[in-house]
Design a protein around this ligand. Sequence first.
Ligand code: S3P
Length: 447
Amino acid sequence: MTQLISHPSGPLSGAVQVPGDKSISHRALMIAGVAVGESRIEGLLEAADVLATADAMRALGATVERDATVERGGVWRVQGRGVGGLVEPGAVLDMGNSGTAARLLMGLLAAHPFTSFLAGDASLSARPMERVMAPLERMGAGFVARSGGRLPITVVGAEAPVPISYEVPMASAQVKSAVLLAGLNAPGMTRVVEPRATRDHTESMLRHFGVEVAVESGAGGGRKITLTGEPEITGRDVDVPGDISSAAFPLVAALLVPGSRVTLRGVGVNPLRTGLLETLREMGADIALDNRRDAGGEPVADVTASASVLKGVDVPAERAPSMIDEYPVLAVAAALAAGTTRMRGIAELRVKESDRLSAVARGLRACGVDVEEGADSLSVYGRGEAPAGGAEVAVQLDHRIAMAFLVLGAAARQAVRVDDGAPIATSFPGFRDMMNGLGAGVEEAGA
Ligand code: S3P
């Protein structure tokens, strides 16, 4: 384990490009892998989670290569196998730390007539997979899982996949996407009804590849998504925007460290992902979006954050899907705000890479912040000043816990340590260099 320490920082400044969107990168590789012909993906996130998907698609018969003719990273070429054309892998598919890779891939595998084996690290092997197995069983697949529906899992793909109409019980883009990806190889209409709109990158990426996807707004902010299976899809060029879930860390650091001003270029600002920006603005954050444009069906902007005096707010449960991965760093912002920030309807945080509700509560307490952890809520009692810091936080194989507390270290009175910086590589390998380039002091502990 590599301990990292983040020292109280002077003003942060500069303009940087955050790495490619993780959700979109997984989808680009998987959908390109079942298209006919070549796709060229630009801006792909080259981090462990996405590389696990790249390896899996290769094992399933697609050609997936980094384009060596381009100097800067992130340009990849995929030769797909066509819908239904994946082949039985010769070895266990190791999905590492990535829930998105595992769950979306289970959708593809469920609709191919062969058996495959999925494994992951200790964090992923503790996460619930029943939520994707249940609909995929209805589509004809079989599963053998460890107790509690956990990885390692054997997937027995359907000989003749059956299209279904499925109401997803929780707001989960991963479950929605798994069913839609399985539906690609099922004859007829596959329909997913979600209780609340979640990130729609699968729908947008499928459309980008020429699949007809119908979306209707449902009751209470939900959506009904329908596609007709067995389409012919052909390779496309894909432009992956910067990941707002990664941008969130330097952005919040800039808001919290007095005198800072940081621009994050080319960040994806899909409205189903921007709940953090909305919440921070309600708290009084100075955040500007400029140079709005479109990148292959996804809205993109340059985001500038300037140091701001924040106040506590109530974050409604309805907003959770649009900022689900941003609660750890929001809680850090709330620790410096004046007054209480109440986050509700966030039980799903308990089944992320770690139990984020308890990891955040424990870490903040250790740093001298008053918090109250409920079954599906978190209240942070900010005092409108820098908290003490000076603690070591247990990361529990969770990249976002590590990055959130390193951001806190930059804004606290004393440095904050995290016990393991390695998980950051799952989503944001250049995090430390980027933060230090902006003026932060993040280094290996003891270095
Ligand atoms: C993701 C969906 C969300 C999110 C995860 C990425 C995706 O998970 O937390 O980091 O790419 O579809 P859930 O579907 O479990 O909410």
